[in-house]
Design a protein around this ligand. Structure first.
Ligand SMILES: NCc1[nH]cc(CCC(=O)O)c1CC(=O)O
Length: 336
């Protein structure tokens, strides 16, 4: 293989630089080639408009993809949860490395947990910053069920900006993804890891995708070992659920496919014809109104899908059930 440096296109944000740097190390290791980061500015990085208004997080991705298609860079690293569900012609997700912690977390004042926030708020209404309809829907539903008074406040910006609202007293807490904080080395600021039973993460949350040109056979072969098939199966099922709900990237949809905890797993393990243990995957989905008055939550469990089609079917079938239970009416405005 040639010794030219591989060019890895990246956004300039702290999070993007951290995850691109980590992937660059892995790519160097498996290819033996030098990797250089190429910074690419996207509209989403410079705009102050709310994400929903500028067409969702897909705006971050478009510029990186254009650079890949023009051959200016060889690789791009994306947060999977920011990727639109349709894969563009000419590009492939060459590797999906093992997923990090998929949970959402709270960074709250005074080290508080979600359940303690309200009691200690001066006006008895905890102000929680998040612009994601998915997080709003589930936090408001939790608050309703537990008699808590919360107000979800739409915010955006990078991690520093978001946590800044808590540090300056404007908000009682903000919601962020654990994985992002881990990757930039700030997980010590987490005050509450939200159970996925309380807030189901975004489809693909905590996972990265490495993308390259579909005709770059040499690179595709070299990077195959960075792929984690179980993570790929999980995020494929989650994104298929999202796609089948016809949801845009700012829609109030949560989805998580995971391997059930080991005790449960032991009971449920079965064997295929060759006596091999077949592990089970559980896919959970939620869609709701941002005010949390209505949530449709369903789950399904089956063998870990071993093909793209099987993973896609798992998500699609759960979406069909959710639609039958009224999910369509909860989707609100669709992002385009
Ligand atoms: N929408 C922004 C975004 N996209 C990916 C992450 C980091 C977590 C991940 O990789 O899933 C974040 C930040 C956040 O939601 O707190």
């Amino acid at each position: 293989m040639s010794e030219n440096p591989l060019k890895l296109g990246t956004r300039r944000s702290k999070l993007a630089m951290a995850q691109s740097g980590q992937v660059a190390d892995a790519v160097r290791r498996v290819t033996g080639r030098p990797v250089e980061l190429v910074e690419i500015t996207t509209y989403g990085d410079t705009s102050r408009e709310h994400l929903a208004q500028i067409g969702g997080t897909g705006v971050f991705v478009a510029a990186l993809r254009e650079a890949l298609l023009r051959g200016e860079v060889d690789l791009a690293v994306h947060s999977l949860k920011d990727l639109p569900t349709a894969q563009p012609e000419g590009l492939v997700l060459v590797a999906i490395p093992p997923r990090e912690d998929p949970r959402d977390v709270l960074v709250a004042r005074d080290g508080l947990k979600l359940s303690d926030l309200v009691a200690s708020s001066p006006n008895k209404v905890a102000r929680i910053g998040t612009g994601a309809p998915r997080r709003m829907a589930q936090l408001n539903a939790y608050a309703r069920a537990h008699g808590l008074e919360i107000e979800t406040v739409p915010i955006r910006g990078n991690v520093d900006t978001r946590i800044g609202y808590v540090r300056n007293g404007e908000l009682d807490a903000v919601v962020l993804a654990a994985a992002g904080l881990n990757r930039i080395g700030r997980s010590d600021e987490v005050t509450d890891f939200l159970s996925v039973d309380t807030v189901l993460p975004a489809p693909g949350q905590g996972a990265l995708a490495i993308e390259c040109a579909a005709d770059n056979a040499e690179l595709i072969a070299a990077l195959a070992e960075l792929d984690d098939p179980v993570t790929r199966a999980a995020v494929t099922a989650e994104r298929s659920l999202l796609a089948a709900l016809e949801a845009g990237c700012s829609a109030p949809v949560g989805a998580l496919a995971d391997l059930p905890p080991s005790s449960e797993c032991l009971e449920r393990r079965n064997h295929d014809a060759d006596g091999q243990i077949v592990k089970e995957m559980r896919l959970r989905g939620v869609v709701g109104t941002p005010d949390g008055t209505t949530l449709v939550q369903l789950s399904t469990t089956g063998p870990v899908p071993d093909t793209h089609d099987a993973a896609t079917a798992l998500g699609r079938d759960l979406a069909t059930e959710m639609l039958a239970q009224g999910a369509a009416g909860l989707m609100g405005e669709r992002a385009h």
